[in-house]
Design a protein around this ligand. Structure first.
Ligand code: BT5
Length: 240
């Protein structure tokens, strides 16, 4: 794979914002896997975007689907990792929501921990992985032109490259500290919802009360016990 910092493929309709080392490839297995494999030699804020993935990954070994050229498939390598690495994932999610708003005028939100939602359906997913060196790769799949049954897409309102350019700019406009946390809380549509949280060893049902500054979800169960959830899958339950 050839690298060319700040490269643009001939087909890209937009330039990339400064401060990011963007590489575009037509096809690869998984952009996350590529950046993890090269984490020690690529600079901080390397971005790999692919038109197609033949082995796109979700969390927990699930797969991520997208037909060639239809959607945004991108990973970002962070070598400069904050004390709470989850902050990088939350930032990418917030930047994705901002980018959707700026390119399409549509109001997306986040579902805990890492999904991008549009009208209650999954528009995108984020997979964060840690390299042996401690670097973190955050990958985002966002349905721009295609979505599987039951999921949402932007339906061609913007191109994947336009959304990515906005996302990278949006990332650098995000606030820090308490203000960042407030933005995340406001964008997290899970808060206030009835949820079922699928945990590695069971499940919790209740109401999502809040999210802690470190990203943990606070859930009040039916016995009035508050649970702190660090890892899990959330299903938003319909209130009758
Ligand atoms: C995620 O996993 O949502 C994280 C997806 C991350 C994908 C990006 S693409 C660029 C980078 N390179 C990679 O190899 N991965 C990252 P999870 O929460 O586990 O959701 C996966 C589940 O979502 C699957 O089991 C399907 O049910 C569903 N799914 C698959 N493709 C989808 C799509 N395009 N839109 C909505 N849902 C999808």
């Amino acid at each position: 794979m050839d690298r060319d910092d700040h490269a643009r493929s001939p087909g890209d309709p937009v330039g990339w914002p400064g401060g990011w080392n963007v590489e575009h490839v037509a096809e690869t297995g998984s952009t996350n896997a590529d950046l993890l494999a090269a984490a020690d030699r690529l600079p901080d804020r390397s971005v790999l975007v692919a038109d197609h993935q033949t082995a796109g990954r979700g969390r927990l070994d699930r797969t991520w689907e997208a037909p060639p050229g239809a959607n945004l498939l991108v990973s970002i390598l962070f070598r400069d990792v904050p004390a709470d690495p989850g902050e990088l994932t939350r930032r990418v999610g917030l930047a994705a929501v901002d980018a959707v708003g700026r390119t399409t005028g549509r109001g997306a939100g986040l579902k805990w921990p890492n999904d991008v939602l549009l009208d209650g359906r999954k528009l995108g997913g984020i997979l964060a992985q840690r390299a042996a060196s401690g670097a973190v790769v955050v990958g985002l799949g966002l349905n721009v032109g295609w979505a599987p049954q039951g999921a949402a897409a932007l339906d061609g309102a913007a191109s994947p490259a336009e959304v990515l350019a906005e996302l990278l700019s949006a990332y650098d406009r995000l606030p820090d500290g308490a203000e960042l946390h407030e933005r995340y809380r406001r964008t997290l549509v899970t808060i206030g919802q009835r949820v079922r949280v699928e945990l590695p060893g069971g499940e919790v049902r209740g109401t999502a009360l809040d999210v802690a500054p470190d990203g943990a979800l606070m859930v009040l169960d039916e016995c009035a016990v508050t649970h702190r959830v660090d890892v899990g899958d959330v299903v938003h339950l319909r209130t009758l």
